[in-house]
Ligand binder design. Structure first.
Ligand SMILES: [Zn+2]
Ligand SMILES: [Zn+2]
Length: 142
């Protein structure tokens, strides 16, 4: 598992911690600016910061490699891709605690956050990663 420090070093963009004003929004990635950056909310729980940073790094990577989600400027697809990356990563490194947090957070907030997140959530649910995460969490209860 990579530490937050290492994740920050891997980020193509600067990572800032700020007090963000929006409930339920922990971070964003301003990838299209001349000097792109990632902002993470100071108030977000430590374990969730790791998840959040992974999610934002995924956006940055998809932007950099000109993924379809950016070519089509499809917000739902962007969120789906970023979260799928996050789940795959956490599964690969068996980071159970963070995976559980990420899963619960997504399940609780995405379906009702707004239309794009709802769409992204439905894409996630249909993707095989969703079942994999559920199976993993069922087999790794503490
Ligand atoms: Zn993408
Ligand atoms: Zn996102």
């Amino acid at each position: 598992m990579l530490t937050i420090k290492r994740l920050k070093e891997l980020s193509p963009y600067k990572v800032y911690y700020r007090d963000l004003p929006w409930a339920g929004c922990f971070a964003y990635c301003k990838e299209t600016l001349l000097q792109p950056f990632i902002q993470i909310d100071n108030a977000s729980p430590r374990e969730l910061r790791y998840v959040t940073l992974l999610h934002e790094l995924a956006h940055a990577r998809h932007y950099k490699r000109n993924c379809r989600c950016y070519r089509e400027d499809n917000r739902a697809l962007k969120e789906f891709h970023a979260e799928r990356f996050t789940f795959r990563y956490l599964l690969r490194y068996k980071y159970t605690k963070a995976l559980k947090l990420a899963y619960e957070q997504t399940l609780e907030t995405w379906p009702t956050y707004d239309e794009d997140y709802n769409k992204a959530f439905r894409m996630l649910e249909k993707d095989k990663i969703w079942k994999k995460v559920q199976n993993y969490l069922t087999n790794h209860k503490r």
